[in-house]
Unconditional design. Structure first.
Length: 365
């Protein structure tokens, strides 16, 4: 009797793994169907149907609607996220990563173009009107970044009436790319010493943008007439250079094309004056005003403060150690110096290069 029961159990036991295999295959089939449907929803620009995944109570329904609203907002808001969001967890991770990468999105930025004479300006503005160097695309989408365009004359306002009329007419084809068009006047006295004139004009701009409640701009790009874009849509790039990455006081380029004189060998690693500048940090304001008292060219004076020769000791070396990281090299702009260059060279060198400071070959523009 017991032997027959044992044989019967053996006959039934083989069904157990078969039954488990059926359950496993059925579960995999259900998961595959869900993934397939979710993938189709994403391809159509929609969120996956979360109702089959979460409990269908009122709270979960609110979360589903919240997720869909956030997804649509992320797709339409250029300053938030351009990557599709598929669920709450990925949305939180994406936004957290974006906030970490670009922590200064709520800023006011400007492009400041200093000049002494008007004769070189028309050629620069004509170049911007070419599609391959255009400040923004046809839609003018960069206007959302609210980057102001400022023309900064060395002279006085009384000399600038005609100047404003000429520039305003010239920039009309691409004025859609900028937040506002403004004019600054240094009201500076003529100087026969070029370095002193350039330094006076540079430092004066910090005084001009200072207002009772703080500076009108948090960051600005100081863009002399011999600095040229080599790619289009560069207004938005200025905004992102200010908003993203680690903070800075000065951000720009060292020499890429070195000369043979002692001056190049001595100052080749300084950041050229065509650069991004922080204009709101109070510590930087204090240090900058100290550096301002020196008599050299402003960009090399700034470099000497951050990286002084061993014999220089009239600034606190502890401050240099604490703030050296705020003087940042970057390749969004290349300083080519006075040596002629070809745009194609830098286009092929690095896709992140947006501007070149220097004298382009005659065949380039």
């Amino acid at each position: 009797m017991s032997k027959r029961r044992g044989a019967q159990r053996k006959d039934v036991l083989w069904l157990i793994p078969v039954f488990l295999m059926i359950i496993f295959l059925y579960s995999n089939l259900r998961i595959t169907q869900r993934v397939h449907h979710s993938h189709e929803d994403e391809q159509e620009g929609q969120l996956p149907d979360l109702q089959g995944v979460v409990n269908e109570d009122d709270h979960d329904q609110d979360l589903i609607q919240e997720d869909r609203d956030s997804f649509l907002l992320a797709k339409t808001n250029q300053k938030t996220i351009s990557k599709p969001i598929t669920n709450h967890k990925s949305m939180e991770v994406d936004i957290a990563a974006f906030n970490f990468a670009c922590p200064r999105r709520d800023i006011k930025t400007a492009i400041i173009i200093p000049f002494h004479q008007l004769d070189r300006l028309p050629k620069v503005l004509e170049r911007w009107n070419q599609s391959r160097f255009s400040p923004c695309d046809e839609s003018g989408s960069s206007k959302a970044y609210d980057v102001d365009l400022i023309f900064y004359s060395y002279g006085s306002r009384s000399e600038g009436v005609t100047l404003q009329e000429v520039i305003t007419r010239s920039v009309q084809p691409f004025l859609r790319c900028f937040g506002s068009l403004r004019f600054f006047y240094g009201n500076l006295q003529p100087s026969n010493v070029k370095s002193r004139a350039a330094s006076a004009q540079f430092y004066q701009v910090f005084d001009i943008i200072e207002e009772p409640n703080g500076p009108a701009y948090d960051y600005f790009f100081y863009m002399e007439l011999d600095t040229s874009p080599i790619r289009p849509n560069w207004v938005s790039r200025i905004y992102w250079e200010a908003a993203c990455g680690e903070d800075f006081w000065v951000k720009g380029s060292q020499f890429y094309s070195m000369g043979t004189t002692d001056w190049y060998r001595k100052y080749g690693y300084h950041i050229n004056g065509n650069a991004m500048y922080n204009s709101h940090d109070p510590t930087w304001r204090t240090l900058r005003n100290e550096i301002r008292k020196t008599s050299g060219l402003y960009d090399t004076d700034l470099w000497r403060w951050f990286y002084p020769p061993a014999t220089q000791s009239h600034f606190d070396t502890k401050s240099r150690r604490e703030y050296a990281h705020m003087y940042r090299l970057s390749n969004f702009i290349v300083n080519n110096g006075r040596i002629p260059y070809n745009v194609s060279t830098y286009l092929a060198m690095d896709p992140t290069i947006q501007f070149v400071h220097g004298r382009a070959g005659n065949d380039e523009f």
